[in-house]
Design a protein around this ligand. Structure first.
Ligand SMILES: [Zn+2]
Length: 98
């Protein structure tokens, strides 16, 4: 079990600040009929915006969760084949896409 201290200990990576040539991903509202998906990687949730790389069948996507005034705003990227999704995830962590 993970026990959170205050200030929280950060066990997961954080995204780097966006770089000047940062590209924008397309963020879509989550589909109403949710396919079964599971997070395989995630960023630290100590900041208001956190990300998860999710597996959905043989495709992957990035889920972005923003916590604002007690509400959770969830959007999702397009679905990609795994190698492309891995590249996108690394680009996200590196501040190259957002
Ligand atoms: Zn953190």
């Amino acid at each position: 079990m993970i026990q959170w201290d205050y200030p929280p200990r950060c066990l997961s990576p954080h995204v780097s600040p966006s770089r000047s040539h940062c590209e924008s991903l397309t963020w879509n509202a989550p589909p109403r009929e949710e396919e079964e998906s599971r997070p395989v990687r995630w960023t630290c949730d100590c900041t208001p915006i956190s990300y998860e790389l999710c597996q959905e069948g043989d495709r992957m996507f990035i889920r972005r969760t923003e916590r604002r005034q007690g509400r959770r705003l969830v959007v999702e990227s397009d679905r990609w084949p795994a190698p492309e999704a891995s590249g996108m995830w690394n680009a996200l962590l590196g501040g190259l896409v957002r």
